[in-house]
Design a protein around this ligand. Sequence first.
Ligand code: GLN
Length: 539
Amino acid sequence: MPQKTKYIFVTGGVTSSLGKGIISSSLAKLLQSRGYSVTIQKLDPYINVDPGTLNPYEHGECFVTEDGAETDLDLGHYERFLNVHTTQANNVTTGRIYQSVINKERRGEYLGKTVQVIPHITDEIKRRIKLVGTKQKLDVVITEIGGTVGDIESLPYIEAVRQLKYELGPTNSAFIHLTLVPYLAASGELKTKPTQHSVKILLENGIQPDVLVLRTEHPLTEDIRRKVALFCNVNLNAVIESIDVSTIYEVPLLMLKEKLDITILQKLDLPVGPTPELKAWKQFIAKLKDSKSTVKVGLVGKYIELPDAYKSIMEALIHAGASNQCKVDITPIHSEEIDLGNVAQKLEGMNGILVAPGFGHRGIEGKILAVQHARENKIPFFGICLGMQCSVIEFSRNVLGFADANSTEMTRNTAHPVIDLMEDQKGISDKGGTMRLGAYPCSLAEGSNAFAAYKVSEIQERHRHRYELNNAFLDALQAKGMKATGINPDTGLVEIIEIPEHPWFVGVQFHPEYKSTVVNPHPLFVNFIKAVKNGVSSK
Ligand code: GLN
């Protein structure tokens, strides 16, 4: 194993959304399976200190780590592929970099100096890149730079990485550039010019990439590979094809076939060792592809127009499907479009209903109607965060008879605030990083669906919320059949509610989706899909 940490930098060119996160995760998976300890870091060029204040429509889901960092959704891919936890240090934004430099300046740490992008901002970027590897004592750190080369906002990152590459020396870092090779249907040709231009931009910035990963809809011919190698100054074996596949989980196998890991290990002067078997990974893909039965799950949310807003939930459902040997057909349903007259029709044919997390009152009544439909028709129901809160509101209105029951997030004028702001949130006005975030413990009631899923009585799950079930109403809810089956042992906060009379009705205040990985599908998702599957076969 290497004496010191080696660094791999990943940039993207030509267009955004080429899948840098998936390529980084796939390479990390391959290096991990060859015995190297590895993590991935994402550098985001926007000025928000973290993505926690972003609307999901802007950048998709906000992923939450064990240590309570609100991060880019790519960290979700890293965790799902690698089955290791990431931390705040794994996601750094321009806002965070500037914030620390400005704080230092105010403390007088640069006293007498003019504080500038170069060297102060670039030094802070370099410090943050190195911090992950040294702190966690890793063999390899893969640092992915968000955005597209050529963007003004990425420039300090590119310059920082250029300096690092030089400082670390030739065998201690490798540079991967991901581009697109478009296919022109009219002439039936793959085009390499955008890749050449993209590499030119890197060269203008002083960087010669070591490896090019070419995203393509059609296989690259030998000719194309040679052309790219010749015009972009890379070895032929460093031109890697990344062809479209039906599931992202196939990408590590594709990269193995293309020998991306070997090319990188050789560049880093690290032993290659035997080819990894990836047995568990292949079994997972086989189950994904060969599953004969299909179940339909309605995903009721308010950010449905952008599927990335529910990335971790969708992936957790896929993991749970594979583990139950069935395909999960996810139908996104916009909660704003659900009303009393159409709820049955909107949810028709759904074997299971998942009501998603969210913020603010828009679309909330549709979510509540969806819960009622699932509860009354005994359709397996899974409510996450706001989804759980909606199930408490629904039960309070329709079973306890509190017609005005609501969350104080939606209305302050209710005699029945069944969901209310947490006590320690009451004095907080700042919005960034101030929610109840990260892992907290929860004790499970024996005999509950939650206990049956986890098979232990103490768990830790990740959170991101300001409101909670108002314990003043707990007795009333329990008396009528909605039970608190998961409680925070330190604070008494209700973490899980269930309706034992129902085939499977579970609402959780936390976000189980963040912890589902390929190797460890999340037990609640697995049992939800199991209940959905049972419901289908008993019909
Ligand atoms: N808006 C709710 C709260 O703040 C739910 C949050 C969520 O779904 N993540 O408590």
